[in-house]
Write a new protein. Structure first.
Length: 355
C-alpha cells in the first residue's frame, strides 16, 4: 500500500513526493529541476544565436534585395554618417564630464559664485562655457551644488547651460553646420538666455517645498578611479544608446517619411518649431551629438532646428526622469514645462534675429 501510494507521488510536480526524498538524492524534485533550469538558461543564448544565423542564411535572398533597395541604402547612409560624425564628440564629452564630476570638488563652485543670487545666476550660467559635460552629468552636479549650499536658482542655471553651451557642444555645432556659422552664436545666445531666465524665474517664484533636497550619491565612498570609470561607462551606455536611436530616427525621417509630409510641416514656421521641439524631447539625444541629427533635417528652417538644439539639452524624457529622481516630482512637474515653453519662445526670437 505504501509503495503504491508513493510511486505516483514522486514524478508529480506538486504532490510533495520530493519532500520525502533524502537531501541531495538524484531523485529529489528540487535537484532534478535545478540542472534543467540551469542548462536551459545556458543554452538559451547560443541556441537563439544559432537560430538567427540559420534564419539569415535561409533568407539571404530577400535580405539582399532589401539591402539593395534605394530606400535602405539611403537610410544606412544617413544613419552611418550621423553616428560617425557625432561619436568622437560624444566620447570626448563623456570623458571630460567624468573628469569634472570626479576631480573638481563641488565646493569650488560655491566659492567661485557670487553670494547674491541675482548675480550668481548669470555667473553659474556662464560657467557652462568652461565646463564641458552632457545633460546626464549636469543633473547630479547641480544636485551636488545645492547640497553644498549654492542657491538653487544658480544651480538650475548651471544645470540648463552646461550641456548646451560648453566648448564640445559648440564645436560639434560648428562642424555640423559648416555653411552656417551663425548657428553656433544663435545656440549659445538662446541657451544662455533660457538658462538665466529660468534661474531668475525660480528665484522669484520658486518655493522651497517644491524642491526635495538631493540625496548623497551612493558612490561617494568609492575611490576616484572607480567613480571615474563608473561614470564613463554609465554615460557611454546611456548617451551612446540615445545617439543610435536619434540617428535611426533621423535616417527614417529622411528615407521613409514622404518628402511632401516633411515639406508640409517645414513650410509652416510655427508647426516646424513645435514639431522639432517635441522631437527633441522624444529622442533624448546627448547634446554632444544632437547637432548632427539637426543638420540632417534639411527640410526644416534654421530657426526650427535651433529650437531642436535648445530644447533637447534642457528638457527631454531622460532629463525629466533624472530631475524627478534628484529634486522630486513636484519640482520636475513645474520646472520641465516652464523650461520647454521658454526654450521654444526664446529660440523663435533669437532665430528670427540671428538666422
Amino acid at each position: 500500500m505504501a509503495i503504491t501510494k508513493e510511486a505516483p507521488d514522486r514524478p508529480g510536480p506538486g504532490a510533495g513526493g520530493g519532500a520525502h526524498a533524502p537531501h541531495g538524492s538524484p531523485d529529489a524534485a528540487g535537484t532534478d529541476a535545478a540542472p534543467r533550469d540551469s542548462t536551459g538558461r545556458h543554452l538559451n543564448s547560443p541556441l537563439l544565436l544559432t537560430m538567427l544565423l540559420v534564419l539569415a542564411v535561409a533568407a539571404q535572398g530577400p535580405l539582399r534585395r532589401v539591402l539593395a533597395a534605394p530606400v535602405t541604402q539611403s537610410w544606412m547612409t544617413v544613419f552611418v554618417a550621423v553616428v560617425v560624425q557625432a561619436l568622437p564628440f560624444l566620447v570626448l564629452g563623456v570623458l571630460l564630464s567624468a573628469v569634472i564630476a570626479v576631480y573638481v570638488p563641488p565646493s569650488f563652485f560655491a566659492r567661485a559664485l557670487p553670494k547674491r543670487p541675482a548675480l550668481a545666476v548669470p555667473a553659474a550660467g556662464m560657467a557652462g562655457v568652461v565646463l564641458p559635460g552632457c545633460e546626464c552629468a549636469s543633473v547630479p552636479v547641480a544636485g551636488a551644488l545645492v547640497r553644498r549650499g549654492v542657491t538653487p536658482a544658480a544651480a538650475l542655471a548651471f544645470l540648463l547651460s552646461a550641456p548646451a553651451i560648453n566648448p564640445i557642444v559648440l564645436t560639434a555645432t560648428a562642424v555640423a553646420f559648416p555653411g552656417n556659422p551663425e548657428m553656433v552664436l544663435a545656440r549659445f545666445v538662446a541657451s544662455l538666455l533660457v538658462a538665466c531666465a529660468m534661474g531668475w524665474l525660480w528665484q522669484r517664484l520658486g518655493r522651497g517645498e517644491w524642491m526635495r533636497p538631493p540625496e548623497r550619491p551612493s558612490h561617494e565612498g568609492l575611490g576616484k578611479g572607480a567613480v571615474f570609470w563608473g561614470s564613463v561607462r554609465h554615460d557611454v551606455m546611456h548617451a551612446g544608446g540615445f545617439l543610435v536611436v536619434g540617428a535611426m530616427a533621423a535616417a527614417t525621417l529622411k528615407a521613409v517619411v514622404p518628402a511632401s509630409w516633411l515639406n508640409a510641416a517645414a513650410g509652416n514656421p510655427l508647426i516646424a518649431i513645435l514639431a522639432l521641439a517635441v522631437l527633441a524631447v522624444l529622442l533624448s539625444i546627448c547634446s554632444e551629438a544632437d547637432a548632427f541629427v539637426a543638420a540632417s533635417l534639411t527640410q526644416f528652417s534654421l530657426t526650427s532646428r535651433l529650437a531642436f538644439l535648445v530644447v533637447g539639452p534642457m528638457i527631454d524624457l531622460k532629463l525629466f526622469a533624472m530631475q524627478t529622481a534628484t529634486f522630486g516630482r513636484a519640482f520636475a512637474l513645474r520646472f520641465a514645462p516652464a523650461t520647454f515653453a521658454l526654450a521654444i519662445l526664446v529660440s523663435a526670437l533669437v532665430g528670427t534675429v540671428l538666422l
